[in-house]
Design a protein around this ligand. Structure first.
Ligand code: PMP
Ligand code: GLN
Length: 388
């Protein structure tokens, strides 16, 4: 293994899901729903397979039907904010958001370029920045226990920008903290990007999981359309994490750049699933609000249950994750806590420390996923209450 990758080891998701399988514990670690997405979308995939749609290499940028559906989705949900999207030049279908992140960084970074990422950050960010030869510069989201939220210190963000900064890698709604950046924070990020001539790669895979207020794509802020690469994922929006279909939307030159990298990573992405997801993206608004309301109730169930079990809870404004502080339970090392939790309580969770460069900052925090059946969450809460 080369030096660029050696520090990353095995992802925490593989480690913790293997632990869940080995112990039979309830897996609230890796974020995947335990209920598959809509039946009509699954049927559409079967139909595509059977009818021979997409069984051979689809076009590299994605099938026209899906690119059109992504563009229509952007206009349906964000058109009132002025967002438009040309399906031929401004959309690229990828193998999950994971490939979109990798291809964007590989396409846009020169060796030695600095990338600012909000810490804690999704684990593939650090590895992909390294694979692209970039240098990550973390800006730490600060926990605010009084309000049960995390805050971005805009002064820290400003101070982190240097002459070597090429781009900001943003994620809102934010995994693992559940933070949704406010209009004011996004306005300031946009201002800094314009002023310092930076690109922004914004991972908005949880765009439909915003419990308070509405999702605001960074690309809709003044002057950002031409310098923003926006990433979405069918895994999150339609509960098909195993299908690995995502997308990039951006100005034509940026999409062309990301496509240049994608063509040598995977060339193209799973064909029949693309046909099915073109239909999924056209589902009525009720599908999207139904998903949100279902997860809102689950967020409340798990947050309240964790609080009753003695955890300090950071109530998520978005995503399907809740971050907790384990210090009220008498623990300080989240990784050790998570390794022992299946034996002690029959539950698997993720230690936030693995998403930090400054591991000490993340040490006492542990993430639980709530994209699970109500009875599963209830059982997990009952088990965790016995910990105290
Ligand atoms: N970004 C974030 C913030 C995520 O949480 C995830 C999924 N865990 C991804 C990207 C990857 O998405 P996909 O499964 O579509 O590759
Ligand atoms: N995105 C999911 C999470 O944060 C799973 C990612 C993965 O398995 N690589 O839990």
């Amino acid at each position: 293994l080369n030096r660029r990758l050696a520090e990353f080891g095995t992802t925490i998701f593989a480690e913790m899901s293997a632990l869940a399988v080995r112990t039979g514990a309830i897996n609230l670690g890796q974020g995947f729903p335990d209920t598959d997405g809509p039946e009509e979308v699954r049927e559409a995939a079967v139909r595509a397979l059977r009818d021979g749609h997409g069984n051979q290499y689809p076009p590299g940028p994605g099938i026209p039907e899906l690119r059109a559906a992504v563009a229509a989705h952007q206009e349906r949900f964000y058109g009132h904010l002025g967002l438009t999207c040309d399906p031929d030049t401004e959309v690229l279908i990828t193998t999950g958001a994971t490939e979109a992140i990798a291809a964007s960084l590989l396409a846009l970074l020169e060796p030695g370029d600095e990338v600012i990422a909000l810490e804690p950050y999704y684990d593939s960010y650090a590895a992909c920045i390294a694979m692209a030869g970039g240098r990550r510069v973390p800006v730490t989201l600060r926990p605010r226990p009084e309000s049960g939220t995390y805050a971005l210190d805009l002064d820290e963000l400003r101070d982190a920008i240097t002459d070597r900064t090429r781009l900001i890698l943003l994620n809102s709604p934010h995994n693992p903290t559940g933070t949704v950046l406010s209009r004011e924070e996004l306005t300031e990020i946009a201002r800094l990007a314009r002023e310092r001539d930076l690109l922004v790669v914004t991972d908005e895979v949880y765009e439909h999981l915003v419990f308070e207020g509405a999702h605001l794509p960074l690309a809709t802020f003044p002057g950002m359309r031409e310098r923003t690469v926006t990433i979405g994922s069918a895994g999150k929006t339609f509960s098909f994490t195993g299908w690995k279909v995502g997308w990039v939307t951006a100005a034509p030159e940026l999409v062309a750049a990301v496509r240049s990298a994608k063509q040598f990573l995977t060339f193209t992405s799973g064909g029949p699933f693309q046909y099915a997801l073109a239909e999924a993206l056209a589902l009525p608004d009720g599908y999207f609000t139904g998903l949100l309301e279902d997860l809102r109730a689950k967020r409340d169930l798990l947050s309240d249950g964790l609080r009753a079990a003695g955890f300090e809870v950071y109530r998520p404004q978005g995503t399907y994750f809740v971050t907790t502080d384990i210090r009220p339970l008498g623990h300080t090392d989240g990784h050790a806590f998570c390794r022992a939790l299946p034996e002690r309580a029959g539950v698997v969770a993720i230690p936030n420390a693995v998403f930090y460069d400054h591991r000490d900052q993340g040490a006492p925090f542990v993430r639980f996923a709530f994209c699970k059946k109500t009875e599963v969450l209830q059982e997990a809460v009952d088990r965790l209450k016995k910990l105290a």
